[in-house]
Write a protein that binds this ligand. Structure first.
Ligand code: C2E
Ligand code: MG
Ligand code: MG
Length: 284
């Protein structure tokens, strides 16, 4: 149905196995929250000019007793289809705010550490989103500009007028908004201009091999200058090599995250990076 009406599709054995295992996962997911099986992992976001940690992106993990760590791509869509994403999203937001407040107090800096939190489309369409989030950050005493809400470009483009309204409400509360996976969601550039956002996250697919594929390097360069023209910050995702980090710094992309710096880490390992006052050298 998602593909449109007046279609048919053949149901086969692979699909049956798939739906059975999805059903199984759904059953287990229902108990995961009560059993405290969710964790937030934190991936550092590096300010390229200084090589220092400017913030973290919070990424959910499901620590399953038998399956091991289940990645979000395997369960977020189930959580969205069943409505479980709403309590899950509240938990993520609360946990992330609690953690960043602790870090801000433990490691005071002129620019306090920020936290990126991903929003699902189900959360984004809620009328009460901005008031719920405002209440959460107030409870945790966080400056709203230090919470960066990540919304994928495709979700923002589904209904642009509704998105503009919602983003305006969020910005009025002082919250900061990043457009995630930028470049993959077919943004109309005229809409981009109207969207009240603060930063673009350049999708990993363009950062990948930007050192060897001219086309990728060109696309990244174009996104960076487009972003700057619109007075937006840029965050490059999926940086895996020192050359990519260096090229991005040359392009004056403000921030980067990726396995080259660190994978998403459990809380204590992320804290350890701050204890070390970790700084990456970014040069050729
Ligand atoms: P995203 O928000 O675009 O997050 C970036 C993803 O890229 C993360 O995958 C991260 O682990 C991965 N990544 C970062 N650097 C590298 C790299 O250098 N190389 C490679 N190969 N991968 C890298 P993850 O954690 O599996 O999350 C996947 C997606 O699931 C996220 O994409 C986000 O859309 C969603 N997600 C994660 N946590 C949450 C959450 O709490 N709420 C919601 N609604 N969605 C979430
Ligand atoms: Mg994200
Ligand atoms: Mg992304």
């Amino acid at each position: 149905k998602n593909l449109g009406r007046d279609r048919y599709a053949i149901f086969n054995e692979t699909m049956r196995t798939h739906s059975v295992s999805r059903f199984q996962l759904e059953m287990e997911l229902r108990h995961a929250g009560d059993n405290k099986q969710f964790r937030l992992y934190y991936q550092p976001i590096i300010e390229l000019a200084s090589g220092k940690i400017a913030g973290f992106e919070a990424l959910i993990r499901w620590l399953h007793p038998e399956r091991g760590t289940v990645p979000p791509n395997d369960f977020i869509s189930i959580a969205e289809d069943t409505g479980m994403i709403l309590p899950m999203g509240d938990w993520v937001l609360n946990e992330a705010c609690h953690q960043v407040r602790q870090w801000q107090q433990q490691f005071p800096q002129p620019h306090p550490i920020f936290i990126g939190v991903n929003l699902s489309s189900c959360q984004f369409v809620r009328q009460d989103l901005s008031t719920t989030i405002a209440a959460t950050i107030q409870r945790h005493q966080i400056d709203p500009s230090r919470l960066k809400l990540e919304l994928t470009e495709s979700v923002a483009m589904e209904d642009v007028d509704a998105a503009i309204q919602q983003l305006t409400r969020l910005q009025q509360k002082g919250l900061y908004i990043s457009l995630d996976d930028f470049g993959t969601g077919y943004s109309s550039l005229s809409y981009l201009h109207r969207l009240p956002i603060n930063s673009l996250k350049i999708d990993k697919s363009f950062v990948d091999r930007m050192e060897s594929i001219r086309e990728n390097a060109d696309i990244v360069e174009t996104i960076v200058s487009l972003g700057h023209r619109l007075k937006l910050d840029l965050i490059a995702e999926g940086v895996e090599t020192s050359t990519q980090a260096y090229l991005l710094k040359q392009l004056e992309c403000e921030y980067a995250q990726g396995y080259y710096f660190a994978k998403p880490l459990p809380r204590d390992q992320a804290t350890h990076l701050l204890v070390q006052n970790k700084r990456w050298r970014i040069d050729d």
